[in-house]
Design a protein around this ligand. Structure first.
Ligand SMILES: [Zn+2]
Ligand SMILES: [Zn+2]
Length: 377
């Protein structure tokens, strides 16, 4: 995607050129009717150009809505960014995404040794966090042994032993994705062990509900959490649909929805759920990964909800506030991280590596957004 050039870019705005252009013509200010000198006009044009440039370049800035939509900030609290491109980061920032949460999951094929788990946990809590920052997006992660790979029991034991050192890392906001896949005894064992870890390390939990036999798997997961005395207000049950939303919410959990393009849970169905259930404790995410998925799914859903007349405050709750409330519980994810962002400086290196390739011009932006940028419309 390329930025639309500012319509003001071609206009000259130095006082001398303006003086020449204006000649003897007198211009008056449309609001105060005062005389507009070429100096004043130059300052005005300069302001307009700066505003247009800021609107056009996205990251770390107030989002631009393409028309008739939601113009506020967005958190995508489920995005497997290691399999996405830098174009995706740029597009997300332009669409208003200020923060992403990357849950630990599987890689599309089973890992064969504990070392690849350790490197993966290090990557999602290390280099990927750096990479996101280079495009103006804050990145957080969850750590955990996913249910699918819990079925390799010898390996699962080693992974569980390796978890604690990652649970205390900066930017880790929860344990996840935990839960069931085939609902096997091995998965049950890993789930229960990790619920105990979450209690010990005072971390919230993100639950992955199975794609097959979803309703039974979801109910069983909540039963197990309750058996272990885990507080539902510290737990997000993810990948819900119309079949599960009511019970999940009635039992006090945060209820998340992954919006997959052209499938089961699309933006239309999500909007209808928010309309009929209200925004309390509902969370929208893209769950984008290496498969057919859309990193702009949350932004598109927000826009659709706005077009259908859902109140801005309700949209904000499901695409921003609720995710921040639960994933902010351990204090690692804080609004000030993106309201007062660090400078974007693509000259920065992470253990000697940069996001730029030979000859590319680094993007450098100073921090400090003007106050009117921070308003959620
Ligand atoms: Zn999942
Ligand atoms: Zn996932």
């Amino acid at each position: 995607m390329t930025d639309t050039p500012s319509p003001f870019a071609a206009l000259p705005c130095d006082p001398q050129t303006l003086k020449d252009m204006l000649g003897d013509t007198e211009l008056s200010c449309p609001c105060c009717n005062g005389r507009l000198t070429s100096d004043k006009l130059a300052r005005l044009l300069d302001d307009v150009q700066r505003l247009a440039a800021r609107a056009g370049n996205g990251a770390g800035r107030a989002p631009v809505d393409g028309g008739g939509g939601y113009g506020g900030m967005i958190i995508d609290p489920h995005a497997h960014m290691i399999s996405r491109s830098t174009d995706d980061y740029e597009a997300m920032a332009r669409a208003g995404v200020v923060a992403v949460l990357e849950p630990a999951f599987w890689l599309g094929q089973p890992r064969t040794n504990v070392g690849s788990f350790i490197d993966y946990f290090a990557q999602i809590s290390g280099f990927e966090r750096f990479r996101a920052g280079q495009f103006g997006i804050r990145h957080y992660c969850t750590i955990g042994l996913n249910p699918k790979e819990a079925n390799n029991q010898a390996l699962a034991e080693e992974v569980l032993d390796a978890l604690p050192r990652f649970l205390v890392k900066e930017g880790v906001v929860a344990m996840g994705e935990l839960g069931y896949d085939e609902q096997s005894p091995a998965e049950d064992k890993a789930l229960r062990a990790q619920i105990e870890f979450a209690k010990e390390f005072e971390l919230p939990i993100m639950i992955h509900t199975p794609h097959r036999d979803k309703r039974a798997g979801t109910l069983r997961t909540m039963d197990v959490l309750e058996e272990h005395g885990f507080d539902p207000q510290r737990c997000v049950i993810d990948h819900n649909n119309e079949e599960t939303v009511r019970e999940v919410r009635d039992r006090g959990y945060w209820c998340a929805f992954s919006i997959y393009p052209n499938t089961k849970m699309g933006s239309e169905r999500m909007a209808a759920i928010v309309e009929s259930f209200g925004p309390e404790r509902l969370i929208v995410n893209s769950a984008c990964d290496w498969g057919v998925s859309d990193p702009l799914a949350v932004a598109k859903t927000a826009r659709l909800m706005a077009q259908r007349g859902v109140a801005a405050a309700a949209i904000r709750q499901v695409v921003y506030d609720n995710a921040l409330a639960v994933y902010g519980l351990n204090g690692e994810m804080r609004e000030e991280h993106w309201l007062t962002p660090a400078a974007i400086d693509q000259r920065t290196l992470y253990e000697g590596n940069s996001v730029l390739r030979g000859g590319q011009t680094p993007r450098i932006e100073q921090p400090g957004r003007p106050a009117d940028d921070l308003v959620i419309r």
